[in-house]
Ligand binder design. Structure first.
Ligand SMILES: Cc1cc2nc3c(=O)[nH]c(=O)nc-3n(C[C@H](O)[C@H](O)[C@H](O)COP(=O)(O)OP(=O)(O)OC[C@H]3O[C@@H](n4cnc5c(N)ncnc54)[C@H](O)[C@@H]3O)c2cc1C
Ligand code: SF4
Length: 340
């Protein structure tokens, strides 16, 4: 049986109190939101903080509110099932609602939060294991060791960004609001990531993610999320595909974006998608061929590694399949895409 290690649990009743606790550099602290990833990681001794600061009582971090200029703010402690089931989001950010609807299983979506999903630690089949298992292997670069078992001789960890919401939020141009004692910063989500699986986010000490902000989108906004996984009822992604299209009043594509997750330490944006699709209408004879070219672009630019379970060569073959299905679903205002 895996045991929870000892730590001091703080349950502040206000954001100010939480920030004050986190500002105390004399105690190594970690934040817990829903705890659905952090608690298993603590049991696996991947982290050994002296103190855990829970955001559970901070009601101000829950729910959604409209901002000036048509932006929508989602509190970081908003549960994944609330995001997945919100009618507003289904219309204005379908890729995000669909991605959240496919995270883990129903119980975990009831506990897990959007903020926790955005800030999820990277995953690797050689890392998300018990201490005993990792010790038997001689540990690895990301924790307690000096070698990588995925890339022989690799100097950098390539554990995967496996958070389903991240590719969707990237296509949506989301911004993240971080607050710390005496400071605040707003970061476009595309600028959050580092290409290093040991720590794939640029975070400052003692800061809390308070809001995820979505820019306004017009009536021609289309989006969808596709997820490849072993067990449709619960697993992390073997591949995640988020697509965004913007159509003008005549139904022609004016913008397009495609971001894939679970490949590398950061979500991967496929290049030259907008150029291939610009100006095409759903009724155009050229659209089918252009979508096929986009699927091939993704195939050429994406190279899954044996960092997460599943045959990585098969995962690569599934890249164009899932890209095409997800783009089709976005155009048809359907999704999510989930069957292999
Ligand atoms: C069996 C199983 C299956 C899963 N499947 C999936 C899956 O398919 N897809 C997926 O994306 N995830 C999956 N997860 C992981 C997890 O359930 C989700 O990612 C969930 O959204 C994490 O949110 P949380 O609130 O529980 O985060 P926590 O576990 O509480 O925290 C996660 C990380 O974020 C930090 N953090 C959380 N909130 C904040 C904040 N507001 N400010 C600063 N730091 C913060 C924590 O310190 C921690 O490092 C799975 C987990 C399990 C156990
Ligand atoms: S990618 Fe390599 S270093 Fe990173 S967690 Fe996996 S085995 Fe460890």
């Amino acid at each position: 049986m895996l045991r929870m290690p000892k730590f001091e649990l703080e349950r502040p009743a206000s954001l100010a109190e939480a920030l004050e606790l986190l500002a105390d550099a004399s105690v190594e602290s970690l934040i817990v939101a829903g705890g659905t990833d952090l608690l298993p990681n603590l049991k696996h001794e991947l982290f050994t903080p002296a103190r855990v600061v829970s955001l559970e009582r901070l009601g101000e971090l829950r729910g959604m509110r409209e901002l000036e200029g048509g932006w929508l703010a989602i509190g970081s402690m908003t549960r994944l099932d609330e995001v997945a089931g919100d009618a507003r989001l289904a219309a204005r950010a379908p890729a995000l609602a669909q991605a959240c609807s496919l995270v883990a299983g129903p119980q975990l979506r009831t506990m897990g939060t959007l903020g926790g999903n955005v800030l999820l630690d990277t995953r690797c089949q050689w890392y998300n294991q018990t201490y005993f298992w990792r010790a038997a292997l001689g540990f690895c670069l990301k924790k307690d060791g000096s070698v990588c078992h995925v890339v022989e001789g690799g100097a950098k960890c390539v554990a995967a960004a496996s958070n389903d919401s991240a590719p969707a939020l990237m296509t949506l141009g989301a911004e993240l609001v971080f607050v710390r004692a005496g400071g605040r910063r707003v970061v476009p989500i595309a600028d959050l990531w580092l290409a290093d699986g040991a720590m794939n986010k640029k975070l400052e000490s003692g800061e809390i993610l308070t809001e995820i902000r979505l820019p306004p989108r017009g009536a021609g906004h289309r989006g969808a999320y596709g997820k490849l996984r072993e067990r449709g009822s619960i697993d992390f992604p073997l591949l995640g595909v988020a697509a965004r299209l913007e159509l003008d009043a005549q139904g022609a594509i004016t913008e397009a974006d495609l971001v894939l997750g679970a490949l590398a330490a950061r979500p991967v944006r496929v290049r030259r998608v907008a150029e291939e699709l610009a100006g095409l209408r759903a009724s155009s004879n050229d659209l089918d061929a252009a979508l096929g070219r986009v699927a091939q672009l993704a195939y050429k630019q994406c190279h899954p590694l044996p960092n997460v379970p599943g045959d990585h060569e098969w995962r690569r073959e599934m890249v164009p399949v899932y890209v095409r299905r997800t783009l089709d679903a976005a155009l048809a205002r359907q999704g999510p895409v989930r069957d292999a």
